[in-house]
Design a protein around this ligand. Structure first.
Ligand code: ACM
Length: 636
């Protein structure tokens, strides 16, 4: 077993996921079909692991390492089954009939058979691990069942912005581990932006010697006063990027690099001012910052925003970008290269005599057509290297590049328009909960975020296929993605808090058939077990508020407060006197009756504390029996 794989296995602490009552056997994302049969397979020390698959050696290692962790013993491995010997069989026989990435699991009293190849077998093993309950007396009892499973979408993605803040390689790997565990097969790596260029480009070393550092960020300064001067720096060498690509590939995750153009280019322009329409103009610096007016020349941006200084569409720029993309293509074997395309203000292009002359020469009627010309020029180069481009939905403006895939982020409109033009689409609308830098609840305890409201239930409710599309157009929706922008996310711990449990909801809408969606089963049966696993792994997940608690005011005189713990093994504490709940408040053990006299109100405040000590935000429910609502009873 290689070292990287053993690290991955090391983090696969078991979920005691199986409960007889759970029709999905604890598996996230919910499989296409699960058919229960009579009896159980009893896994014990006599069970043999047989790998007869064409490419499943690593999946077999993964499974056995999991069994060691879960049961305390390893399974003996064998190539040939002995009659009547209890075994787990991994095989590719029959996998040719399965859909891409599909697998089947059949559990009888004598054998667990997992059929698949490549990603399919890997996913089959993951599902098998998720459905195994804890051992009792050195035995694991697995119910007899047949599972058939394959993804709804071929593209199941998560984007991480490493420009606003740099994240270490160790965290990128950990993130990919979790994506793989939840059958999310694409890691979109946002590598360049105004606030940092984070990938070594050998031909243009200043991109990282200059472009990978900024002297300040807005961390600590929003809202209110604070320290603008937190420096941010860091970049990935090409060897490190290749290490990530390999690590991800071993887990059937494709890494798609994003090189932003023509906007969000301040870091590149700081390194090479000739990439600007106006190389001699100082970088715009917000006058709200302490360094306003104090800096000259081109700067890596220290604040967040959308900036006018974008790439000039000159021959020199195209030569440089093509050379950069050639190095990127040599590192990343993905079919797609993401070229950004979003939020490119046209101010400088309007002011630039060069751009205006170019538009006239090329017959481009406005700056949107110039943007389209820019993207199409880049697309030709990328296509000539055998790759395809993805761009944010602004690449529709001025005409889509012929082979481009559109990533729809400003709602669904861009995705709908692209599908109607027979272009492939990835849906990632911020308005539908797919921006996981947004806050997860309305509690005042939420950390500072960019804004927006995206609880995991909102992601879960989202169907990436817009109803307005015809059956033919729907096939262009290739998948769905969650995005994490990191201006307000400085550390891996905060990134984990934003990611979980939302990536689990993403996993289900990306993989499971729409008719298998079941929020109650997801939230109440499966999520508590998966969050308990993350709790054991010391992941800084967001602890959900108690199941069953309303975040809206309730009217009446008699209430029964009926709550469930959102993390297996967690405790709920509550107060009714407005005080801030902690472990010194009332411990919730069974439904609580509350009577509120006429004309009065009470404030139910709860907190969840997980086995690790991790806490939820405080959740409040006003219980109101005709009192005026404006006066708060909260004591902070
Ligand atoms: C984006 O959020 N600007 C793609």
């Amino acid at each position: 077993m290689n070292k990287a794989l053993s690290i991955f296995i090391g983090v696969l602490i078991s979920t005691s996921a199986f409960a007889q009552s759970d029709p999905n056997l604890g598996i996230i994302p919910a499989p296409v079909s699960i058919t229960r049969a009579n009896g159980n397979f009893i896994l014990d020390k006599s069970t043999v692991l047989i790998n007869q698959s064409i490419d499943g050696a690593k999946s077999a290692d993964l499974l056995n390492a999991f069994i060691v962790n879960k049961a305390g013993f390893a399974l003996r491995e064998s190539k040939v089954p002995q009659p009547s010997q209890k075994s787990i069989l991994l095989t590719s026989t029959g996998s040719d009939k399965l859909p891409a990435e599909g697998y089947t699991i059949k559990v009888t009293t004598n054998q667990i058979t997992i059929v698949g190849k490549g990603a399919g077998l890997f996913y089959g093993v993951e599902s098998a691990m998720q459905m195994m309950p804890d051992k009792i007396a050195d035995k694991i009892t697995v119910p007899a069942v047949t599972i058939e499973d394959y993804p709804r979408f071929s593209y199941r993605g998560a984007m991480l912005d490493v420009c606003r803040h740099y994240f270490p390689l160790s965290f990128i790997k950990k993130y990919i581990d979790h994506l793989a565990y939840y059958k999310i097969n694409t890691f979109h790596w946002h590598l360049t932006d105004d606030q940092g260029w984070r990938l070594e480009i050998k031909k243009y070393p200043k991109l990282t010697t200059v472009g990978s550092s900024r002297n300040g960020s807005i961390i600590g300064n929003y809202p209110g006063n604070g320290n603008y001067l937190t420096p941010v720096k860091g970049f990935y060498t090409q060897d490190e990027a290749k290490e990530i690509v390999k690590y991800a590939a071993e887990r059937f995750v494709t890494v798609i690099p994003e090189i932003e153009l023509p906007g969000h280019a301040s870091a590149a322009i700081a390194a090479y001012p000739e990439l600007s329409c106006f190389p001699d103009r100082d970088t715009f610096v917000s006058d709200k910052t302490p360094w306003a007016g104090s800096r000259k020349g081109k700067q890596v941006q220290q604040t967040w925003g959308v900036f006018d200084d974008i790439f000039v569409p000159s021959e020199n720029t195209f030569t440089m970008l093509n050379n950069i993309l050639d190095e990127v293509i040599a590192i990343f074997p993905s079919k797609y290269i993401h070229i950004g395309g979003d939020e490119a203000p046209k101010t400088y292009w309007k002011e630039s005599p060069f751009c205006q002359a170019l538009m006239k020469e090329k017959g481009l009627k406005d700056e949107h057509e110039l943007q389209s010309y820019f993207i199409q020029t880049i697309e030709k180069h990328v296509n000539a290297k055998g790759r395809s481009i993805i761009g944010w939905d602004e690449i529709l403006e001025g005409g889509l590049a012929p082979n481009a895939t559109v990533m729809s982020w400003r709602g669904e409109a861009g995705g709908i328009a692209a599908a109607q033009q027979n272009h492939d689409v990835i849906m990632t609308p911020g308005s539908m909960g797919l921006y996981i830098d947004h806050k997860q609840s309305n509690s005042p305890d939420e950390p500072v975020t960019i804004g927006g409201f995206a609880p995991y239930q909102k992601i879960y409710a989202y169907d990436p296929i817009p109803k307005v599309l015809t059956a033919d157009q729907r096939k262009y929706i290739k998948g769905v993605q969650a995005n994490m922008w990191t201006e307000y996310i400085k550390t891996p711990e905060k990134a984990e808090n934003h990611a979980f449990p939302r990536l689990l909801a993403l996993s289900e809408i990306a993989w499971s058939p729409v008719e298998r969606k079941d929020l109650k089963n997801f939230s109440e049966e499966r999520l508590p077990k998966h969050l308990a696993r993350l709790d054991q792994m010391n992941i800084n997940y967001w602890v959900p508020t108690p199941i069953g608690q309303s975040d809206k005011a309730l009217s009446g005189g008699d209430f029964t407060i009926d709550l469930k713990a959102p993390v297996k093994g967690s405790k709920i504490y509550y107060s009714l006197d407005g005080s801030r709940p902690s472990e010194n408040a009332f411990l919730y053990t069974s439904p609580v009756k509350v009577t509120v006299p006429q004309g009065e109100k009470r404030l139910l405040r709860t907190i969840v504390i997980a086995p690790s000590g991790k806490r939820s935000v405080t959740t409040e429910t006003l219980l109101n029996n005709g009192a005026p609502e404006d006066k708060t009873t909260t004591k902070k």
